[in-house]
Design a protein around this ligand. Structure first.
Ligand SMILES: Nc1ncnc2c1ncn2[C@@H]1O[C@H](COP(=O)(O)OP(=O)(O)OP(=O)(O)O)[C@@H](O)[C@H]1O
Length: 317
């Protein structure tokens, strides 16, 4: 339903996004994730036909976002970071205006409006001027304007920013309720949030695609975290470092002949038994061995760590 190929946006000498390629299938909810400045807004604006890309192509339901921008705009609902609301209008008048603008025929408008107000939990605010609404309700109106014309594709740019926990929950379940029926891209910089709403994520960092994967698989990519407390005559750090399947080892604390060590295994390598055997072989004693999955936040931070400069680009000392 959405096909992005080699999409690049250049701002002067800098590329805000570079060679992005991904697809979103019909009925899928895709989490679009990345830290601030990763290029999420730029990508969504291009997909919404709100700005042309410097290079590459993007198609929505087969229509090219650049060459067939009008056809694309009719088929998408777009919620930008700052929703385009008219503060003096009532919710109902505004949604009716948007429906007309988006080409909903007059006869269909009352039903589209009623359905949208209901779906977005806005029935009791229909006659309220937008300027009197709380942030959460404004966000609902923003979502409502994106779906009032019943588009097959919905693009939501950070729809949950600034909401309180209850509003967050409501907006998330609203987005979830679109699954299967609509194709949705929903951007965020919080992986745990995206994982609650979408089955698959695209992760961007500094304008480049880092990964596109099922959220479930992302969790498994992180390997395991171990924390062990060991005593003995010999510091076990070196021998643990050379163990098969180890990604990193760190000394957390040392008091006398006791060490507290944290260790991360490579993706899907369960090495608890090997750790215990190694300590025993070198005559040490294991007082504690704990195993955890890294949190989604840790995985996200690892995947989006700043990209180091090439040696040739490093400033001279
Ligand atoms: N009109 C513009 N002119 C120049 N640079 C821009 C412009 N718009 C965005 N950028 C730059 O492009 C990069 C990507 O910005 P973008 O807003 O797409 O990222 P983002 O992932 O949406 O970030 P955020 O989460 O902060 O909204 C940033 O470095 C930004 O400063």
């Amino acid at each position: 339903m959405i096909e992005v190929e080699q999409l690049t946006q250049q701002y002067g000498a800098r590329a805000a996004i570079q060679d992005l390629t991904f697809r979103v299938e019909a009925g899928e909810i895709l989490g679009f994730l990345g830290p601030n400045g990763a290029g999420k807004t730029t990508t969504l604006r291009i997909l919404a036909a709100a700005q042309p890309a410097s290079r590459g192509t993007a198609r929505i339901a087969g229509w090219d976002v650049h060459r067939q921008a009008q056809a694309v705009r009719q088929r998408i609902g777009y919620l930008p970071e700052i929703p385009p609301l008219y503060p003096e209008m009532t919710v109902q008048a505004y949604l009716s205006f948007v429906a007309r603008l988006k080409g909903v025929v007059a006869g269909d408008r009352p039903q589209r409006l009623a359905e949208t107000l209901q779906r977005c939990g806005l029935n009791d605010r229909a006659q309220t001027p937008i300027r009197k609404l709380s942030k959460g309700y404004r966000q609902r109106v923003g979502l409502a304007q994106a779906i009032v014309h019943d588009p097959p594709v919905i693009l939501l740019d950070e729809p949950t920013v600034g909401l309180d926990p209850r509003q967050l929950q409501e907006v998330r379940s609203l987005i979830r309720s679109l699954a299967g029926e609509k194709t949705v891209i929903f951007s965020s910089h919080i992986l745990s949030e995206v994982s609650q709403v979408s089955d698959r994520v695209v992760i961007l960092n500094q304008g480049r695609l880092v990964t596109t994967t099922a959220t479930r698989e992302l969790l498994q990519q992180g390997g395991w975290h171990y924390r062990l407390e060991v005593s003995g005559d010999r510091n076990p750090l070196a021998v643990l470092q050379s163990l098969d399947g180890v990604q990193s080892v760190q000394m957390q604390a040392q008091t006398g002949d006791r060490w507290i060590i944290s260790l991360t295994s490579q993706a899907d390598q369960e090495i608890g038994a090997a750790i215990a055997a190694t300590i025993q072989q070198q005559g040490g004693q294991l007082w504690e061995l704990r195993r955890d999955r890294p949190s989604l936040e840790e995985i996200f931070l690892r995947l989006t760590a700043p990209v180091p400069l090439n040696p040739s680009e490093e400033p001279a000392e």
